[in-house]
Design a protein around this ligand. Structure first.
Ligand code: HEC
Length: 190
């Protein structure tokens, strides 16, 4: 009796183990590529949502604005970097022809990661703006006429968190879009 139970449990464990082993393989290069391309598409859709609300402020809804910012926050920073972490995931020859990741990502790792983190900082600032403005879009969220687009005295990098949270959300949004463009220009192949 006892022996039967032992055998049964052992058999069950073996089955569970087999299931776990087949269910959680290391992601193949193609999976990583599909995953990161999916993340990029989700970020593009989120950026479009935010952009639409700045174009037509009457369409602003804090919850939607905030969740679009979250979509980007959750897919930027180390999450984004992590999708390009290994040689297999990076080199087009290994990642597969469907990937447009540049071969220079590994060589210029720090720059790549910094841009990915900048993207996250801007998304965090946008999320904070949505929480601060639960009603209609306020004038404080908009850029002032004539306000420098390029990050003003800060260039495209706003290192100071206070400064970032103090600037109009629309400004942070434009700087955020510049991180997309900068990274693509440097690290994405045509
Ligand atoms: C730190 C670098 C980096 C940042 C920042 C970045 N991207 Fe990308 N993006 C890439 C790379 C590299 C690829 C190519 C990935 C591949 O094909 O394997 C890519 C691909 C894409 C694609 C094509 C996806 C597909 O289906 O092939 C879109 C769309 C995109 N990015 C949108 C965005 C948007 C929008 C932002 C900003 C909100 C952004 N990206 C920020 C590096 C970046």
């Amino acid at each position: 009796m006892g022996r039967t139970i032992f055998v049964n449990i052992f058999g069950l464990l073996a089955v569970v183990e087999a299931v776990l082993i087949t269910a959680v393989p290391l992601p193949a290069a193609e999976d990583v590529v599909a995953l990161r391309q999916g993340d990029m598409k989700a970020m593009a859709a989120a950026a479009k949502t935010i952009s639409g609300m700045f174009k037509d402020p009457t369409s602003y809804k804090a919850a939607e604005f905030g969740s679009a910012a979250d979509t980007i926050r959750e897919r930027s920073g180390i999450v984004l970097s992590g999708h390009f972490a290994s040689e297999t995931a990076n080199l087009q020859s290994k990642a597969g022809p469907q990937s447009k990741a540049g071969p220079n990502i590994l060589k210029e790792r720090e720059r790549f990661d910094r841009i990915a983190n900048d993207l996250r900082d801007y998304a965090v600032a946008l999320d904070a703006a949505a929480q601060k403005n639960p009603g209609p879009m306020t004038a404080s969220m908009r850029m002032k006429p004539g306000e420098a687009m390029g990050g003003g005295p800060f260039g495209t990098h706003v290192r100071d968190e206070q400064e970032l949270l103090a600037m109009p959300a629309e400004h942070a949004f434009h700087l955020m879009l510049q991180t997309c463009t900068t990274c693509h220009a440097k690290f994405r192949t045509e």
